[in-house]
Design a protein around this ligand. Structure first.
Ligand code: BGC
Length: 756
């Protein structure tokens, strides 16, 4: 069994105890762009950290964090935007497993992924690197990926912690977020991954959170990540994210990357000498870095991996990520899957030159790239003609378009490959609009005018405007599928496999309908998350805003129903039983989506939130009973008052499961619910201890409190009941202020309350 950093903590402490302050400071900073410091005398070897996350980007020469220089050849799996659409953590685990093997072979100790930030706006520049607009989905996928990699004794780095939801001013902006959205949306996936998969490292983000740099935020890195969630690994800075190295050590940031060429370590040494930084804090950081290096060293082996087999896996996985958005009938038959008896016209440069990943630090140097055009030609029984139609930079050339339209006119079916040009989607900047290039849209319009039997295949990393695209009867969303995407697309188009991807992000009708539209990317170095917990479908559903395609949407070539829904409370949560029936004539894959909602709640809640899922294969006509457990913790909301005054300060607040009748919706998307049931859940006792700061109504709601105040009222006013109309009037006044008016001695009441 591979060892993990926690196994080496004792030995690491011994090693650190024998080091000088200078040595300890040195090992908490990188030795180079990708390596940590080795101290040979102490038996500490250098550790290599490498991007990720959907393949290995190990640079041999020319170090940079922006994908500018080449890296070793490695299999490029579907980036997170596509993998999430599989709605299947097991698949993320398979990707992790493959990457763990590749890391061992490439002598990589920590793979810098996965990125699990929320897609707050459709314009987010790194949305292609992130999973979803939903923390449940992102957390489940990421935890499986982390386990997949780490089972090989290779670490992961879950990033970017926290609230790095935009690229604009990412080095300076403060994400200003209230406690509920912070915990329920932006930290939730991180919390799940840490608690359930213990990533070897977490990467502290560039931005500030509520005014403090993430790299210097003690509340974030120590109180929350370590104390509350029990994180055992190291916190590494994003590349160049450290502003003040001393403050970062004090906050719990263990490793500064890349090397600051001695500056960071020198500042640490000076601060320890001056007594500004405790040596114990430095020891903690150094100890954790050493434990990580020891674990990686202990797991290192000389091995190799089979790139061809991994390419095949990349194809298989890509097939499961493709989302069939629309498939309308023409002459009584859906356009897909293709069963051509005549010529196929393939149009669009992306068919020949695939767009399969985004730009920046996650850019992988692929082993081979499958073009959809080749794979289609190999599968088609009849003639296939190709016309690029437009150039890759998105510009249109009249000749190209004219030739494409001509080819479309005489074909039986037309496949039009459209997409966002590579240069428009990269780390480092946000998008400014969501339209496909006008030349592509014009081309589609012309093609549809001459041949309505047209399928659009899309390649893009973030949501695009589909208003004109949905004029085509069939639309296949290929997102960014990695190096095997071309083959996978052909398999789906011809029906060799069932499309089973589901949207991990709502596609709105208008950009202006989005939750963060007025608050993105912020102003004057602050971005206020004014939509609160209402992110993605939580927003569109709560506001009943019509959308182009809802979260969770994705068609199949067969039809499936969910019936006989049951919901049974158990010790661990709610067991939701569903009968899944494939009512069609083809085998298919189905994703059971389980949402929960609580209408009468003490907090503002979305109508429904994803809380369970199951992806499964169902044969034609098959009927299966499935149980999806909604963990109790998933029903909780964040209560800033929980824990009571004793918790205080940095540890204030906590999760509370509110008692009540929860509605469980089981369906095919957040807007396509097959059936709902109600289940009564007993709540946590969230009662705040009564004090003089409680209101009169809060006191009256509790029998002991009611007895205490009525007793006092009898004494002072001779009254035995409080009139409901009067309570309405004065019920919201804190006791400290209202009881003196009633002639009651606050001290006496307080004493009574203290006795309970
Ligand atoms: C990115 C990280 C990446 C790091 C190293 C940064 O620019 O934000 O995601 O891991 O560079 O390349």
């Amino acid at each position: 069994m591979a060892s993990k950093p926690a196994d080496h903590r004792a030995r690491a402490s011994q090693i650190v105890a024998a080091l000088t302050v200078e040595q300890k400071a040195a090992i908490t900073s990188g030795a180079s762009f990708w390596e940590t410091v080795a101290i040979a005398d102490a038996g500490i070897a250098a550790l290599t950290l490498t991007d990720g996350p959907h393949g290995i980007r190990k640079q041999v020469q020319g170090a940079d964090a922006l994908g500018l220089n080449d890296s070793v050849v490695a299999v490029c799996f579907p980036p997170a935007v596509a993998l999430a659409a599989a709605f299947d953590p097991a698949l993320a685990g398979e990707v992790g497993d493959a990457l763990g093997r590749a890391c061992l072979a490439e002598k990589v100790g920590v793979l810098l992924g996965r990125g699990i930030n929320m897609k707050r706006s459709a314009l987010g520049g790194r949305n292609f690197e992130y999973y979803a607009e939903d923390p449940f989905l992102a957390g489940r996928m990421a935890a499986a990926y982390v386990r997949g990699v780490q089972q090989h004794g290779v670490g992961t780095s879950v990033k970017h912690f926290a609230a790095n939801n935009q690229e604009t001013e990412r080095f300076r902006v403060s994400a200003d977020i209230d406690p509920r959205p912070l915990h329920e949306i932006y930290l939730r996936a991180f919390e799940y991954v840490v608690r359930s998969a213990q990533p070897w490292s977490v990467m502290a983000a560039y931005n500030k959170l509520n005014g403090t740099y993430a790299t210097e935020d003690h509340w974030l890195l120590t109180d929350t990540l370590r104390r509350r969630w029990g994180f055992e690994g190291i916190v590494v800075s994003d590349w160049g994210a450290v502003d003040d190295r001393v403050a970062a050590v004090a906050a719990g940031l263990d490793l500064e990357m890349p090397s600051s060429n001695g500056l960071g370590p020198a500042a640490i040494v000076a601060a320890v000498d001056d007594g500004v930084l405790s040596e114990a804090a430095l020891d903690e950081c150094a100890g954790r870095v050493v434990a990580l290096a020891l674990a990686a060293g202990a797991n290192a082996v000389d091995t190799s991996y089979d790139r061809d087999a991994q390419h095949e896996l990349a194809v298989t996985i890509a097939r499961r990520c493709i989302v069939l958005l629309q498939n309308q009938p023409i002459d009584g038959r859906p356009v897909l899957p293709l069963t051509p008896s005549g010529r196929l016209a393939v149009i669009g440069e992306f068919a020949r030159t695939p767009r399969y990943q985004g730009g920046g630090s996650s850019k992988v140097n692929p082993t081979q790239v499958d073009a959809a055009l080749d794979a289609i030609a190999a599968r088609a029984a009849h003639e296939v003609v190709f016309e690029p139609g437009f150039t890759l930079d998105g510009s249109g050339e009249p000749d190209l378009a004219a030739r494409a339209v001509h080819a479309a006119r005489t074909a039986e079916v037309v496949l039009v490959f459209l997409g966002v040009p590579a240069g428009d989607e990269s780390e480092g900047f946000d998008r400014t609009d969501w339209q496909l290039p006008p030349a592509q849209l014009r081309l589609l319009e012309q093609v549809l005018a001459v041949n309505p039997r047209t399928v659009v295949v899309l390649s893009h990393g973030s949501v695009v405007d589909l208003a004109q695209i949905v004029a085509a009867p069939a639309v296949v969303d290929g997102l960014l599928l990695g190096e095997g995407g071309g083959t996978a697309l052909a398999d789906i188009l011809f029906g060799f496999d069932d499309p089973s991807g589901r949207l991990a992000e709502t596609i709105p009708l208008r950009l202006a309908d989005g939750p963060a539209y007025l608050d993105f990317p912020g102003e004057l170095l602050h971005v206020r998350y004014g939509e609160g917990v209402f992110v993605g479908y939580r927003w569109y559903d709560a506001r009943e805003i019509p959308v182009q395609f809802p979260f969770g949407h994705g068609l199949s070539y067969t039809t499936t129903t969910f019936t006989e829904i049951t919901a049974t409370p158990s010790d661990v949560g709610v067991d939701v039983g569903v009968t899944v029936t494939n009512t069609g004539e083809r085998a298919g894959r189905v994703v059971v989506q389980v949402y929960a909602g609580l209408e009468r709640s003490v907090v503002a809640r979305p109508p429904r939130e994803l809380k369970g899922m199951a992806a499964l294969a169902v044969a034609a006509g098959e009927r299966r009973r499935v149980t999806v457990t909604v963990p109790r913790a998933e029903l909780a909301y964040w209560d800033r008052r929980a824990g009571g005054p004793a918790a205080g300060g940095a540890m204030a607040g906590g999760w509370v499961v509110e008692g009540g009748d929860y509605r469980i919706d089981v369906g095919h998307s957040s807007r396509d619910i097959d059936a709902s049931v109600t289940v009564t859940v007993v709540g946590d006792s969230a009662a705040q201890p009564l004090s003089l700061d409680s209101t009169l109504s809060e006191l009256l709601a509790v029998p002991a409190g009611r007895a205490a105040i009525l007793g006092q009222m009898r004494k002072s006013l001779g009254l035995t009941e409080i009139d409901p109309a009067l309570e309405q009037l004065i019920g919201s006044i804190p006791l400290r202020r209202v009881v003196p008016m009633m002639g009651i001695d606050p001290a006496e009441l307080e004493a009574l309350l203290a006795r309970g």
